[in-house]
Structures are given as structure tokens and as C-alpha cells.
Design a protein around this ligand. Structure first.
Ligand SMILES: [Mn+2]
Length: 236
């Protein structure tokens, strides 16, 4: 069994930066866990599928807001930047991986994309839509864990992360509202915000709302997410 090849979907904000990119922290976390990262930029769908057909798992990284039109809503005034091509790329990849039962690790925006790919909806802006929210867009250092999550014991995440209250970092103003088909909530913040979901129908489909790739240097538990993901991909 060789090292698994992991597709990382490139960010793309055409209006702001004329580039496709994946932050180094995601790439380094995959490499450190024993995976081979393959960066995938926007291009015609058949070509994206052809690349994905040779891979063992995909990672959906963090980033912009998903276009609310993708889940049947118009953008509210608090909705942030959206990029239609980036949404297309991520949703194509998520759909492909779900159909082929390829392991998916979905982080922050990725977790939201995964939910939308399965017919779920999003809270477009936590501070204006939720009563008494915590600060989910922290201004502490990026690696620093600021709010607790409670994790379901009998779950993939429970086995990886443990169920003792463990803090996570938080860089999101959106979150899952209606949970997508075949997903279940496996972690929540004290204010009720959904912090992780996983598929009940797949080998390894995990979405986390925090950023474990930014925590790995300081919190060993964060690295376990990548190790388990890479182990699952190695069996593809
Ligand atoms: Mn949070």
C-alpha cells in the first residue's frame, strides 16, 4: 500500500487575487501525516473528474462563503465574498468523492461545502442570526484554541479527538443550519453552533468547522485528524 494521493481544491478569488492557491499549512499537514498533496485548480469538470479518478482522498480547505443561491437563498447583506467557479470546483469534487466513497476531510468552508453538496443549508452570518453567539471569528493567534466543543462519543470524530471538552480555534462567521442528507452532527459549540459533521454512509467523510491545520504545532490532537484521514485514504 503506497502513500495516498490527496487532492486539495485550490482557492480562487478572481475579483481580488489573480491566482489559484492552497495555504501551506494544509499542504504541510497532509505531508506530515504521510499523504501526497495534489493541487487542483478550476478547469472543465471532465478534467477535474479525470484528476480525481487517480486520487485516494480529497481535502476541501477553508475560504470564502458559499453562494447562498446554492442552497436556495439569496445572499443577505452580511454574506461575504463569493466566487461561483470556486463553488463549482468544490461541489464537483465533493460530489465525485461522495459517489466513489473516497475519504473527505472538509475544513471550515469545506465543511459548509460538504453540507451544501448533500442538500443542507447555512447560517449566512452567525452574529446577526444567532442569539448570544460566542466569538467564532477569533482575534487571538490563529493556532490558539478559544472555544470548547462537545464531541459525540460514538463517532469517527469521537474516536479521533476524544470526548473530553477540548478547545478549538474558530475562524468562521457562517455555520451549518439544516444538516445535509446522510450527515450527522458530531460536535457543537456551547452556543449551539454546529462544529463538526460526518457521514453515516461513507468510510471517512468528516467536516470540521475549526482549523486543525493551524493547531497542529501546539495541540497534538489536531494532527490526529490528518493521520486518521490519511490512513483511511491509504485503503482507497
Ligand atoms: Mn467556532
Amino acid at each position: 500500500m503506497g502513500q495516498p494521493m490527496i487532492g486539495l481544491l485550490c482557492a480562487h478569488v478572481r475579483e481580488k487575487r489573480d491566482q489559484y492557491f492552497v495555504y501551506t499549512t494544509y499542504i504541510e499537514a497532509v505531508v506530515k501525516a504521510g499523504g501526497i498533496p495534489i493541487l487542483i485548480p478550476y478547469q472543465p469538470k471532465e478534467q477535474v473528474f479525470r484528476i480525481l479518478a487517480g486520487l485516494d482522498g480529497i481535502m476541501l480547505p477553508g475560504g470564502n462563503d458559499v453562494d447562498p443561491n446554492r442552497y436556495g437563498e439569496y445572499p443577505t447583506v452580511q454574506c461575504g465574498d463569493i466566487d461561483p467557479h470556486w463553488d463549482e470546483l468544490d461541489l464537483w469534487a465533493a460530489g465525485f468523492a461522495l459517489e466513489r466513497n473516497l475519504p473527505i476531510l472538509a475544513i471550515c468552508r469545506g465543511c459548509q461545502v460538504l453540507n451544501v453538496a448533500l442538500g443542507g443549508t447555512l447560517i449566512q452570518d452567525i452574529p446577526s442570526q444567532i442569539e448570544g453567539p460566542l466569538k467564532h471569528r477569533q482575534e487571538a493567534p490563529k493556532w490558539y484554541a478559544t472555544h470548547d466543543i462537545s464531541v459525540q462519543a460514538a463517532s469517527l470524530l469521537g474516536r479521533i479527538w476524544g470526548t473530553d471538552p477540548k478547545r478549538v480555534n474558530s475562524y468562521h462567521h457562517q455555520a451549518i443550519a439544516k444538516v445535509g442528507h446522510g450527515l450527522r452532527i458530531v460536535a457543537s459549540a456551547p452556543d449551539g453552533i454546529i462544529e463538526a459533521v460526518e457521514s453515516t454512509d461513507h468510510r471517512f467523510v468528516l467536516g470540521v468547522q475549526w482549523h486543525p491545520e493551524l493547531m497542529v504545532e501546539h495541540y497534538p490532537v489536531a494532527g490526529r485528524i490528518f493521520q486518521h484521514f490519511i490512513q483511511a485514504a491509504a485503503k482507497s
